[in-house]
Structure formats: structure tokens, C-alpha cells
Design a protein around this ligand. Sequence first.
Ligand code: PMP
Length: 455
Amino acid sequence: MTTTPPTSEPLTPPQLRYIAQFVEAYTARTPGSAAAQRAAYPFLADPRSSGGPKAPPAIREFWNATKRMRYPIVGKRCAGARGWDIDGNEYIDFGIGFGVYLFGYSPDFIAEALHRRIDTGMTMGFQSDVCRDVAEGIARMIGMERVAFANTGAEAVMVALRLARAATGRNKIVVFAISYHGSGDATIPGLGMLLGVTPGAIQDTIILEYGADASLQRIAELGDQLAAVLVEPVQSRQPWLQPAAFLTELRRITAEHGTALIFDEVMQGFRIHQGGCQAHFGIRADLATYGKIIGGGLPMGAIAGSARFMDRLDGGAWSDAEDLPEVDKIWFSGTFTKNPLTMASAQAVVERLAQAGPALQERLNQRAEALTERLSIWLRERRMPVSIVRFGSMFRFTGPLPTTLLVPHLRMRGIYTWEGMVFFVSVAHDEKDLLALEEAVKDSLVTMRKGGYFV
Ligand code: PMP
């Protein structure tokens, strides 16, 4: 599937007038959030509402014209698929916690597990009594041997890379452009987003184009030099790339050279399929990283994989009858890792997912498919230069630059997602919610067209 790349034409006078009016209306609807941001700036360094890197003049012009809307909506309350901001506006939330809340906000079974744990005391420093259940539950669902926990998805990714380096004795890794890992790449002149990263780290990281045959060739050439290839099998930033044949070949080449194939499943794990992208593509990675859904709303990461790699954390399983294993280990631990609240929440999620089986994700994927198909037909009929790309229950709109204006337009119509423009269908969204999104998208795009866009 292809998409229209963002264009950077200078703004026309009607567009400038339209944007100015729209910014007025948007800020008038969310004055509390705007004021909160102004008050926070001096103290709070927040990349989420910051200026961008250097960009071509037309893109900067657009950013400056819309800069007064560059504040996060401050949330006050949430329940199910809905959130309310500090100005009292209600939203049907399709961002749903950056994709965390597969079951909607505060589902009873997670809230009850957390309350129960608080009531029994938050026994930090003791081992949580459900670690094994959670590790086993995850291992069974994703079909991997062993599981370790971290506090965030990013931490899990870092640990996976260290395990790969430790087990292979090699340093170099491959990541792919635009993905979560390769964002400071060719799209940003001067690699601006890599400021603060040492030249040594950059030297050992090779950024290649995702899905391209040339990248496979390069990986094969690098052969035994590579510790790992880290891949987000379907990138939330470019979900139109779903390269099954590429991944199969990647698996073959990495296996041939003893290189760790790491699937970053932080976004898609437990979402596209109970077994994540590994199950979806029928490809077994050596290591996989998780986060988001599995913590049920609490900060959590998990690293899973084969004993060859995972045993570098603890030496591997052993029994009282044996001597302690002797293995060169990496040191990884954390004060809050396996903390009792996170583990209680994760246990509730693991149990619920296991009970529901893969049908849960299948149903969500079907519902998202029906919604996006209806919208795609409408977009084509109206000759909108905007398309929807979907992977399972996640989708995003792509098209020329003003497509980013769609998010604030939707918020004006009571539909929320964050600036990343990624949408998710969760268990808590009912059919009326999906219809409301559909109508809001249509109405927003028609309004934008009247304002000089998409003509
Ligand atoms: N990997 C991917 C693919 C992600 O999308 C994210 C976060 N969106 C992360 C890793 C990092 O996870 P966390 O935000 O929990 O650190």
C-alpha cells in the first residue's frame, strides 16, 4: 500500500485566513489547557509541545501559523472509551493512552486488582508474588521461552540489545529508518535528534531503509559483524509497510549468521494478535520486547526470548541439585522493576487476555477494518488526497501536511487522539463511537476543504 508523502507548499491566503479562524475557535474551546501550558513552560521542559527541529521554510510557516494550538489537552477524568478535559469537554478517545488501554480506561478487573494490592500493602523490596504467573502467562501467549521485566518499553529495547551483544560478542546493530528506533535519521537534516548520543554509539548503529531489498543485501554483507537487527515489524509511523517477505528473508539471513533478530512488539504486542507480530507473520524472533498493553496502564516493559539470549540475565534456570551456572551476565535491575502494583495490573491483563484468546484481537481488527473501509470509500468518492492505513486495530491518516490539522478538527468534534495521529479501536469502543469518529472525520475534511484545502 502506498501513501501520499507530506507536501510543503507555501500557504495560500485563503488557507492562512482559514487557519487563523480555526486557531481562534480551537483555543476558545480549550482555554484551560492553553493556560496550563503557558503556566508550565517556565518550569516544565516538555518535548511533546515544543518547537521542532530545523525544517524547510514552508513547513516552518505552517508550524508557526498553528503554533498557538501546540499545547497538550489536559485531562481531568476518564472512563471506558471517554475522557474529559479541564474545560469540561468530552471526547471519545481513540488514542486510548498511546495504545495502552486495549480494554478502555480503568476496566473493573484492573481497578479491582490494583485496589486489592493496595489493600494488602505495596511490598516493594520483596519479590512480587505473581512474577512467575505473569512471566509464564506472557511466555505461553507469545510462544517464547523466558521473560524478564523492565519499567518501560524503551528500557526493554535497551536490555534486548545488550543481551544480543552479550550473547554474540559483537557490537554492531541494524535499526530501520523512521521506526521508533531510527527517528533521528535521514528525514531530519543533520541528524538533529541524535544530539547527545556519542559518536561511538552512532558508529555501531547502522540505519537502513525498511522493507528494501538493498537493506537485506547490506545485512547479509555485514553478516557475522552484527549483534542484532532490531525491527518494529509494522511501524506505527509507516503502517503501510507490512513486508512479510522481507521479514521472512531477514529471519533467514540473521539465523544464518547467528545475529539476534529482535522484534519490537511494544506497540503491536497483544494488539495485532495475542502472539503479536510473531504470530501474525508466522516468524519466530530471538528476542522480543513488550510494553504498553501488558502493564494495564502502569509503566511496564518486558523482554522475552530464547534461553540463548535470556540466560545472559541470570545464568539460566537451575535446580538445587546442580552447581550454580557460570555465565557472563549483563547487569540489569531497577528499583521499580516488578513493583507490586505493576505486577498486579499485568497479572489481571494476562489472565484476561488468556481467557479471551485470539478472538479478542480478531474481533477488534475486523471492527477497525469495517470502519476504515467505509471511510476509505468516502475519501475516494470525495477525491480527498488523504488515505487511511490500518494494521489490525491501529490506523492512521496520511496525506499532505495539513492532514495534521485533522487531529485538532476532530477534537473540536469530540474525538480525541494525540498529536502522533495514531488511532486505536479498543474493547471499550462501541459501534456508535466508531460511527461518531466516521462522521467527525468526514465533517472535518469537508470543513477543511471549504477553508482552501484539498481543492
Ligand atoms: N518501541 C516502540 C515500537 C514504541 O512505539 C515505543 C513507544 N511508543 C517504545 C518502544 C517505547 O516504549 P515506552 O514508551 O514504554 O518506553
